[in-house]
Design a protein around this ligand. Structure first.
Ligand code: SF4
Length: 177
């Protein structure tokens, strides 16, 4: 009963919370992300909720080429998001530096600092592509959730000694057998 009610593996994909961070973008892609959340594109139909708190987030949506001033915040926010998490790079300048590539004050894309799971191209990235990227990210999130949340299985039943249940040595890692 408890397992059915709190099956996080199944529910996380259906109710992912996103954290949107502007790492120095021109605001073009940020406006498109907000358009995705509007009734016209309705990203919330996938259960997506835009949160301002990294500790409650599953999907990290990043825009911008990563400026020198934003890079520390980028890494700090990434570290605060609990595992499993997915990073979606939105826009050409987030993927490669785009039109800002080679400038004195940018880092030419976010994957020099944090691992990226999905790249969404375009300048600006269209709402359709952003939604595709988030949905693709949810598939990655599901895979990561399985890897993290099912590392062990029960191999024996608990034993009772003098009325006390002994649960030691009941589990083993999946894949060890
Ligand atoms: S990809 Fe283009 S529109 Fe998007 S933030 Fe970069 S420069 Fe602006």
């Amino acid at each position: 009963m408890f397992k059915k009610l709190f099956n996080f593996k199944a529910y996380r994909k259906k109710s992912p919370w996103i954290l949107h961070y502007n790492a120095g973008s021109c605001n073009g892609c940020d406006i498109e992300i907000l358009a995705c959340l509007s009734p016209k594109y309705d990203l919330e139909r996938f259960g997506v909720l835009n949160t301002g708190n990294p500790k409650q987030s599953d999907v990290f949506l990043v825009t911008g080429p990563v400026t020198f001033r934003s890079r520390e915040r980028l890494v700090e926010l990434y570290n605060q998001i609990p595992e499993p998490k997915v990073v979606v790079a939105v826009g050409s300048c987030t993927c490669t530096g785009g039109v800002f590539r080679g400038m004195y004050n940018v880092e030419d894309g976010i994957d020099r600092y944090i691992p990226v799971d999905v790249y969404v191209p375009g300048c600006a990235a269209s709402p359709e592509l952003i939604i595709d990227g988030v949905v693709k990210g949810l598939e990655v999130l599901e895979t990561k959730t399985k890897q993290i949340e099912v590392p062990f299985k029960l191999s024996t039943s608990p034993e009772q000694k003098d009325g006390i249940v002994d649960r030691t040595n009941m589990s083993k890692r999946i894949g060890d057998d």
